[in-house]
Ligand binder design. Structure first.
Ligand SMILES: [Zn+2]
Length: 149
């Protein structure tokens, strides 16, 4: 079931809420859009996710609210510069990213599940994870090794 979670950076300047479904398969809400992005959380081997340990949950704009800290947020873009990776300029934590991709139905947020303050260990443990082989630019299947992600 999709629930409203609250998240923050480490120093607490940046706070947000987001509707995210962390439930395992069989107990999940029906996604509002087609596509794999709305069916699980994601861990990835790409240079960005790997170095920042980013644990992704895709969220539609209607399900995301920035509560505070807009002025504290820096923005980092690389490669094709299509994704706005946001980070707290005070503590360095990366609570979310945003982008706009037609195949995903337009604008979306990508919340860092690790920044959710009220997700329980049981919810985090049960959350479905899809592994992406971003390091090899192979987005159609998981990398050979995943435990370290
Ligand atoms: Zn901070």
């Amino acid at each position: 079931m999709k629930k409203t979670y609250h998240g923050s950076c480490h120093c607490g300047a940046v706070r947000f809420s987001a509707g995210i479904d962390l439930a395992p398969q069989g107990r999940r809400s029906t996604p509002e859009l087609p596509g794999i992005w709305w069916t699980a959380t994601f861990r990835c081997t790409c240079s960005s996710c790997m170095k920042s340990r980013f644990w992704k949950a895709f969220v539609r704009p209607a399900d995301f609210t920035l509560i505070s800290g807009g002025e504290a947020l820096g923005e980092y873009r690389f490669g094709e510069r299509a994704i706005a990776h946001r980070f707290c300029r005070n503590c360095g934590v990366r609570p979310f990213a945003s982008a706009d991709f037609e195949p995903m139905g337009g604008a979306f947020y990508c919340v860092n599940v690790a920044c959710l303050d009220d997700a329980t260990p049981e919810e985090l443990e049960a959350a479905p994870v899809i592994y992406e082989d971003g390091r090899n630019d192979n987005w159609d299947g998981p990398p050979a090794l995943t435990f370290y992600l």
